[in-house]
Every structure is written in C-alpha cells, then in structure tokens.
Ligand binder design. Structure first.
Ligand SMILES: [Zn+2]
Length: 383
C-alpha cells in the first residue's frame, strides 16, 4: 500500500501516513528497511514553515526493475519498468521466429531480456513473458495450447532459462494475509501478449476493450479495472471473431476471422506493400491502394468489434500495436461500423494506445510489479 502510494511521486513520511491512514511509526518501520537496502532514497529536505523539515522519500534511480519480454512473430521486444511504473529502457530485436524451434525461440527471448537487464545494471525483480498464444495453467506453470502464427510453440512450456530448474510448488495463495511469501526475484510470469497489453491500459478507463495488431490480432477485455480472463484464460480473442464465415482460412482453424482482414500480413497483401516501412511511406504519400487497404481493414475490425461490444457492452475501445499508428486512416471505418451495428449505442470513445507497440512489455512488467507491490518484503531479499 505504501509503495503503491509512492508511485505518484516522492512523499514525506508524514504525507504517506495521512495518505494511507497508517501511523507515522508504522510508516517509518515499513520504509526504513527499504531505504537501508537502497530501494528507496531520501531526498534533500525542503524547508517549509517552522519545525523539522520533511524529507521526501522516493524510488531511487538504481532501484530494482521488472522486465517484460514479448515474443512476437518476427521480433523479440523487451522493456523494463521501475517500481514507479516508469520505463527504464526498451529494445526490439528483429528475429523471424517462424523458422525456429521452440527451444531457439525461448533462448533468444531470454538473451534479449538478459542483455537489457545487463545494460541497465539494476536488480531484476522478475520477468513477464508475453506470447501470441492461447495459454493454459497458471502464470508460473503455463502450457501453450495454441499459437496460430507460431505453431512451433504449441504444447511447449514457456521458459527463459536454457536449463530450467524445477519450479517450486506455489504456496503463496495458501498463506495467511500478512505472512511474507518467498519467491526467487527472477521468477517468470507467463501470459498472453494482449492480456498483458490490456494491463498497460488500466489507467485509461475501468472498462474497456483493447485490441492490438501485429501479424496476428490479440485482444483483452477490462471490466471493473481487471482483465477478464475467462474460465480457461482464453477471453478476449478478438482477432478470431468471424466477419466472413467462408473467408480465408485462419491459423486458428477457422475461416474469415478479423485477423485475416486486418492483421499485418493481410494489410500488406491488400496494399501491395512489401513491408511496414513501405506501407507507412505509401500512407504518407496518400497512395489510394494503401489508404483503401487500411480502410478495408478498419471495416473488418469495426464489424468484429461491433460483435464484441454487442456482447459485453464496454464503453471504450483502445487500439494498440500496429493499429495505434494507423488510427488516422483506420478510425473512420471502425467508427462507422460501430455506429451502425451497435444498436444505437456504440462505445463512447475509440482511442489509440499511447504505448503503441510497447504496451505488451509494459503490461508484462506491470504484472510482475503488481505482485511486488503487494509483497514488498521481496525487495529486502534482492542481491
Ligand atoms: Zn482465426
């Protein structure tokens, strides 16, 4: 609770006490050990009024980070966030995963995450590993059910260590409240890329639909400030909402899914552009074939989103990944479909993600940070 309060910025012990309702003695007993290990630093006192000047406490520039790493179809993206949620660094390494074995894919992702951590030189609290796949199990014991665009991952257990140690039985949930849990600081939380992407947008609105495009299209539903996972964790697969039952075959096993009309490969094929850079240039020049390709993708996306909104009635749509940068060309078609297909009650807002293609790694790091903020004793165990 105290650390969560500090995410808004440095604060004095007195200010924290009044913000959290804890006594000043309790605040001091919780904060002082974290100051001793360097997670928090005391800033220079600002003399204000009579009495002893208050010394604000905040997260130090060398304080630990959480890392998010995302395995995309043809790249690995890694990003680190400090305890305050501020990005500490990010890198994107192009790598065509379609030609690789699962082992090579995971080892490559581990390397990119390790390189980023080494470059930052800050302790790592843990890593959120994002995959473009349906997953089953728990965040720390996960199996890939189906990765439509990376079938080499099907049936595998995602890992970031080349020789994984046996996973200790997770006992955290059985502990009584207040009892510290003991976990290795470098543990890995595995999740669906769009579920993590949705997590990066909890501050946009408490209820929203997040839909994000890369080669595939992923989605996440946020209800009452929480990502709706569904009974088996498959909720939010907006990319596989059908817009044309007899349309092109999809990697999911179905036909005519949104992804087949609005995913990256579909956009490149319909625009005749060789790659994204070419598509961007064509859009800048206003080339009719590129503009029309994005408009058609927007129509398919809008049709799919209308079905989603008609079922779950969420008031905000956030367009992420590739969609975020295409918004100027995409939005009119998306909004036109929502306006005509949502029974007079389209979403109040359709907005571009401000995180763009960094949303997934931000959300993956946030998932790790959320655990740490709920269990700050972990910060005292860091090397
Ligand atoms: Zn599909």
């Amino acid at each position: 609770m105290l650390l969560a309060a500090l995410r808004a910025g440095p604060a004095s012990r007195a200010a924290l006490a009044s913000r959290t309702g804890l006594t000043r003695a309790t605040v001091a007993s919780l904060l002082d050990p974290l100051v001793r290990v360097g997670v928090l630093v005391e800033e220079t006192a600002a003399p204000a009024g009579p009495g002893r000047p208050a010394r604000p406490v905040g997260f130090g520039p060398r304080s630990p980070v959480a890392v998010g790493v995302s395995i995309e179809v043809d790249a690995v993206v890694a990003g680190a966030s400090g305890l305050d949620g501020v990005s500490a660094g990010r890198r994107r390494v192009p790598r065509d995963h379609r030609a690789l074995t699962a082992e090579a894919i995971y080892a490559g992702a581990a390397q990119v995450a390790a390189d980023l951590a080494a470059e930052l030189g800050r302790p790592v609290l843990g890593t959120g590993l994002a995959l473009p796949a349906l997953l089953s199990g728990t965040p720390d014991d996960t199996v890939v059910v189906r990765a439509p665009n990376l079938p080499a991952l099907n049936g595998t257990r995602p890992t970031l260590s080349p020789a994984p140690a046996p996973t200790p039985r997770r006992t955290a949930r059985s502990l009584t409240p207040g009892e510290p849990t003991r976990r290795s600081p470098g543990r890995v939380l595995v999740g669906n890329e769009a579920t993590f992407g949705a997590l990066a947008h909890l501050d946009v609105a408490p209820d929203l639909v997040y839909v994000s495009a890369d080669v595939g299209i992923g989605g996440g539903l946020v209800v009452d400030g929480r990502v709706l996972r569904g009974t088996r964790g498959f909720a939010g697969e907006i990319g596989h909402v059908v817009v044309e039952p007899d349309g092109p075959a999809c990697g999911c096993g179905g036909r005519g899914c949104v992804e087949q009309f609005a995913g990256r490969d579909a956009l490149l094929a319909t625009s005749g552009c060789a790659d994204l850079a070419a598509l961007r240039r064509a859009l800048e020049r206003g080339e009719p074939s590129a503009v029309e390709a994005v408009r058609r993708a927007g129509t398919a996306l809008g049709v799919g989103l209308s079905s989603v909104v008609n079922v779950v009635d969420l008031p905000v749509v956030v367009l992420g990944g590739l969609f975020a940068e295409l918004v100027p060309h995409l939005l009119p078609a998306v909004e036109a479909e929502l306006a005509t297909r949502c029974m007079g009650h389209p979403p109040e807002r359709v907005v571009a993600s401000r995180h763009g293609d960094a949303a997934t790694v931000r959300g993956a790091a946030e998932a790790v940070l959320a655990e740490v903020l709920a269990d700050p004793d972990r910060l005292l165990e860091l090397p």
